[in-house]
Ligand binder design. Structure first.
Ligand code: NI
Ligand code: MN
Length: 219
């Protein structure tokens, strides 16, 4: 099954396959290097890892837009917690643990952030969200089919840095990796090419550096 993964910058992705368009963390408006605007991205489902502005982003605008376009209305809001698997026509998405705080748009602290394991048309994608390195990444990734594509933060400061991310890749053992959550703002600047060399020299996985706006075709 062909799955296209379009990087919209930072942690945002437009994943299309099995006849569906899935958005993850659509922070677009006001983002340096934004690759699309809220009215340019189709969405059957939007997966949100947590409420920080650089992830929740344009979710409400996109949903309202979808509501306007389609008389059928938008899909209901679902509220899985860690370990919960949501079934869709195109596959499923499981909410998994991430070690990171969470805040509602009004600034209220509301617990922890999440990651997702997404199965779209038989292709397995692990979006780690915002997180530090933790050992159960291995457990999350070994449950079920081998991870075809891992999306891991490498920017440091708010998440793990590119050095811890190498170990994360070792634990997840995916076919391919796309680094995320770096070079958007000064605190998360890092050397993605060095991360790629470290991972590939260790023989852990193939690293694909995708620029905002580019699409990666998952094998
Ligand atoms: Ni965050
Ligand atoms: Mn973030």
């Amino acid at each position: 099954m062909a799955v296209d993964v379009r990087f919209l910058g930072h942690s945002a992705f437009h994943i299309s396959g099995a006849g569906a368009d899935v958005l993850v963390d659509p922070f677009l408006t006001g983002k340096p290097k934004a690759a699309a605007t809220a009215d340019e991205v189709p969405a059957d489902v939007i997966l949100i890892t947590h409420g920080h502005g650089d992830h929740l982003g344009d979710t409400v605008a996109i949903v309202e837009l979808a509501d306007e376009i389609s008389n059928a209305g938008v899909e209901n809001v679902r509220d899985p917690n860690y370990g919960g698997t949501e079934q869709f026509d195109w596959g499923w998405a499981r909410m998994v643990q991430a070690f990171h705080t969470n805040t509602a748009p009004d600034g209220t602290a509301v617990g922890q952030a999440a990651g997702y394991v997404i199965n779209i048309g038989g292709t397995t994608i692990y979006h780690a969200g915002d997180t530090c390195l933790f050992g159960d990444m291995k457990l999350i990734a070994q449950r079920g089919d081998k991870v075809d594509l891992a999306l891991v933060p490498i920017g440091g400061h708010y998440t793990m840095d590119r050095y811890d991310a190498v170990t994360a890749v070792e634990l997840i053992n995916p076919q391919q990796v796309i680094p995320i959550h770096y070079n958007t703002f000064p605190p998360v600047e890092t050397d993605a090419e060095a991360f790629k060399q470290d991972v590939q020299n260790a023989g852990f996985s193939e690293v694909v550096i995708v620029q905002p706006g580019e699409t990666h075709h998952v094998r």
